[in-house]
Ligand binder design. Structure first.
Ligand SMILES: C[S@@+](CC[C@H](N)C(=O)[O-])C[C@H]1O[C@@H](n2cnc3c(N)ncnc32)[C@H](O)[C@@H]1O
Length: 304
């Protein structure tokens, strides 16, 4: 959801701030703020549009969104299960962890869809975790904890599946995150990661795939599907625009996001500028967003 461009957003917070703790402090402050004006049911990702995936999802669970979303974020979450060697029944015995769960809606959606034995969401944003626990937690079956992807507060081998959705691009040390995922997964467990990549993170990802703890078994480039979701959200009268207009957002959030929420919806990834963004950039009230991201990809590994 957030954009890591050269001029503003999260990654530029890293520029000249080598201190990872400072970066994480900034990231959690941004998402605490977003949590304060987000509405129940909000996902924090760019979504993906794939008619085949949507059909499959609808066949498994007709009316899965009860008409209260544009389905793109749910499709992105459903993509994280693709390539896994599990039937729906198999999930019932699995312990699932989502790292970077935001306000928990994605994990809640998957938990309702495949009903795992236990689902835990973790996020750096205390406000997001408070909201998730207040609104979505279900006893031992679904819960949310505040924590850092690079230092997971779990036992070795505690999980069968770790998912990570549009979050790892925020982490100062992705290798530490990968090593933590390897530690908390049981041997034979799976790691499903979907995120946006620029040239640098693509190269780093390739290097990290050499880590011996993982065998990479599936990948899908969903760049065009994600762009299609963003285009549809940016279209006049879209579900996203209507929802965005209803939000009680502070002025600073409107300025960063543009009137139609363009920035939050990933408009920079498709080179879209809404009218407010153009004016703010021309008058230099807001720096120009420079799109650096090249691809959006899903990768799946088995813990060796
Ligand atoms: C774009 S949001 C995606 C949230 C959710 N996965 C979704 O798709 O709705 C990125 C999330 O990553 C979280 N995050 C960033 N850095 C983190 C870290 N070091 N540890 C845990 N979570 C982190 C943020 O707080 C934010 O909730």
């Amino acid at each position: 959801m957030t954009n890591g461009n050269a001029a503003t957003g999260l990654r530029d917070l890293n520029t000249g701030i080598p201190d990872a703790d400072q970066l994480k402090g900034a990231v959690s402050a941004v998402y605490d703020d977003v949590a304060s004006w987000s509405r129940t049911g909000d996902f924090w990702n760019w979504g993906m549009h794939c008619p085949d995936l949507l059909k499959e999802l609808t066949d498994i669970c007709p009316n899965f969104n009860a008409g209260v979303s544009d389905t793109f974020s749910e499709q992105l979450y459903y993509q994280t299960l693709q390539g896994l060697p599990f039937s729906k029944n198999d999930f019932r015995t699995l312990n699932v962890l989502e790292v970077g769960c935001g306000m928990g809606e994605g994990l809640n959606f998957l938990a309702r869809l495949v009903d795992p034995a236990r689902a835990v969401g973790l996020d750096l944003s205390a406000a997001a975790i408070r909201r998730a626990n207040a609104l979505l937690a279900r006893g031992d079956r679904l819960g949310y904890v505040e924590g850092d992807a690079e230092q997971l507060p779990f036992q070795d081998g505690e999980f069968d599946l770790v998912i990570n959705v549009e979050s790892s691009h925020n982490y100062p040390d992705v290798e530490r995150f990968f090593r933590e995922v390897a530690r908390v997964l049981r041997p034979g467990g799976h790691f499903s990661i979907i995120d946006v990549f620029d040239a640098r993170s693509t190269k780093r990802f390739g290097e990290l795939q050499e880590i011996q703890d993982f065998a990479w078994i599936y990948e899908r480039d969903v760049t065009e599907n994600v762009k299609s979701s963003i285009r549809r959200r940016m279209a006049p009268g879209s579900f996203f625009r209507k929802e965005y207009a209803r939000k009680q957002m502070p002025m600073r959030a409107r300025i960063i996001g543009g009137l139609g929420g363009a920035h939050y919806a990933g408009a920079d990834f498709i080179g879209h500028r809404d009218a407010l963004s153009k004016v703010l950039e021309l008058t230099r009230i807001r720096p120009k967003f420079v799109a650096e991201y090249e691809s959006y990809r899903h990768h799946l590994a088995r813990r060796t």
